[in-house]
Structure formats: structure tokens, C-alpha cells
Design a protein around this ligand. Structure first.
Ligand SMILES: Nc1ncnc2c1ncn2[C@@H]1O[C@H](COP(=O)(O)OP(=O)(O)OP(=O)(O)O)[C@@H](O)[C@H]1O
Ligand SMILES: [Mg+2]
Length: 237
């Protein structure tokens, strides 16, 4: 038996009659950072939605030894597969700390929740300074920190981060990438979904390239970053 944390076999998904993802097969081992890259509309977010069971799919998804196909999004979240959504999706009218605590709503272990709050404040000191500020009034970079921190409050085994770098200055993206590396050192496995392949391959161990709903390349991050076709398609060089 494979001991992959996440195993996806021949997954197909779409919206109504429209097929988006075709025969997706991938694996993530515990402790890896895996990048999923692809251009606009390739199906990256759709794949995360299928993994979180927000949309149905065929094929098979196994996470930490459990088959997810029949589960609800809430049950999947309870298994510690946590998605940080594209566009951050914070509760603008709630404080930073209230947003963070929303990330732990499914947990009953009060002492651990308090310890995790301290942990995310250590990772993101800016959030600690601003814990009473309304999330809607944070800068874009701070909002992304808050979204990642809220994800961590779900005590994820696998954290899936969708388009982390979108709209952010390079210096903030670098800081967030460093934080992801630290999160991984603390034992969290990461699936990083990006259009920005430079960012993604900088921090990832391995990567998958998605093109119009199919995986067209798999390899180590350094191999993919050097792959002439990947460079042509995504960097125009
Ligand atoms: N709710 C929806 N209903 C119908 N079609 C959708 C829906 N969401 C996405 N799609 C379509 O599915 C395809 C894949 O979209 P998806 O959002 O997964 O792409 P993506 O790779 O995440 O793109 P981006 O990099 O722009 O975020 C697109 O053609 C899109 O128009
Ligand atoms: Mg997307």
C-alpha cells in the first residue's frame, strides 16, 4: 500500500455538463511542498474544490488512508485537509482574531486552539499586532497572511493554498513563501496552487503542470523550472 498522504486517481470533474478536469492522477507524500501550476482557467481551483468535496467528481481521492468521495466538505475539513481559498475570502467585518478563530470552529480542544493561536502569531507577528483590526481594513499582503493563518487554525495535515501570490508585491510573496517553508518544517504538507511558476517552483519539491484540465508535466521543481516547454508556455522565453 502506498503511504502517500493524498492520492488522486483518474479524477474527472466539471460544472454541470461542462467537463473541466480529465483523468487527473497525482500523489503527495507527507512533508512535501507540491506546486500545481497552470494558466488561467486550466482547472486548478476546480481541482481544489473537488478535493475539498465542494463539487462532485468521479475517480478516487484517498487522504490519510480514507476515501473522500462520499464525504461532505465539513467532514473533509475535519480530516485536516484545509483549503486557503483564492481571493482570501475573509470575513471583512470581523476582526483578525475572530477570523482566525473561525478556522478552528470544528475543533473542541480549547488548549490546543489557544496554543495554535500563539503559533500563528509567532509565524505572522503583524497579525498579532493587528489582532483587533477588522480584516477588511488589512492590506492585501496582511489579508493573505490572515487567510493562511486561518487555514493553520484548522490544524491541517495538508494545507492547500490557492493563488497565494495574486496581486502582491514580490517582497511580500517572498515572505509568504518563507513562511510556507517554515510551516512545512513544523510538519504540515503543502499543496501550492499558482499561476506564478517562479514563486511556486522556488519553494516546492515537486510540481504538476495543468493545461486545459489535464496534467501535462510532472517532475521535481528544478526540472520543471528548466523545462523548455514550461518556460515557453509560462514565461514566454
Ligand atoms: N462555478 C462555475 N461554473 C461553471 N464553470 C466554472 C465555474 N468555476 C469555474 N468554471 C470554469 O472551469 C474552468 C476552470 O476554472 P478554474 O477556476 O478551475 O481555473 P483556474 O486554473 O483556477 O484559473 P485561475 O488561474 O484563473 O484561477 C474555466 O473554464 C472556468 O470558466
Ligand atoms: Mg483559480
Amino acid at each position: 500500500m502506498s503511504d502517500a498522504l493524498l492520492k488522486v486517481e483518474r479524477l474527472n470533474a466539471g460544472y454541470g455538463e461542462m467537463a473541466v478536469l480529465r483523468d487527473i492522477t497525482l500523489e503527495i507524500q507527507r512533508g512535501e511542498i507540491v506546486a500545481l501550476v497552470g494558466s488561467n482557467g486550466a482547472g486548478k481551483t476546480t481541482l481544489l474544490r473537488a478535493l475539498s468535496r465542494v463539487i462532485p467528481s468521479t475517480g478516487r481521492i484517498t487522504f490519510a488512508g480514507r476515501v473522500l468521495d462520499g464525504l461532505t466538505p465539513d467532514q473533509v475539513f475535519g480530516l485536516r485537509l484545509v483549503q486557503v481559498p483564492e481571493g482570501r475570502q475573509l470575513f471583512d467585518q470581523m476582526s483578525v482574531e475572530e477570523n482566525l478563530l473561525m478556522g478552528s470552529y470544528r475543533r473542541a480542544d480549547r488548549a490546543r486552539i489557544a496554543a495554535d493561536l500563539e503559533r500563528v502569531y509567532r509565524l505572522f507577528p503583524t497579525l498579532k499586532e493587528r489582532h483587533r483590526q477588522l480584516a477588511g481594513s488589512l492590506s492585501g499582503g496582511e489579508q493573505q497572511m490572515c487567510a493562511i493563518a486561518r487555514g493553520l487554525m484548522g490544524a491541517p495535515e495538508l494545507l492547500m493554498v490557492d493563488e497565494m501570490s495574486l496581486g502582491l508585491a514580490p517582497v511580500i510573496v517572498d515572505l509568504l513563501l518563507d513562511t510556507l517553508a517554515e510551516i512545512r518544517r513544523e510538519g504540515v504538507t503543502v499543496l501550492l496552487v499558482e499561476q506564478d511558476i517562479f514563486s511556486a517552483f522556488h519553494v516546492a519539491d515537486r510540481g504538476y503542470v495543468l493545461e486545459t484540465g489535464r496534467i501535462v508535466r510532472v517532475g521535481s521543481a528544478s526540472e520543471l523550472a528548466e523545462d523548455p516547454e514550461v518556460r515557453r508556455a509560462y514565461l514566454g522565453i
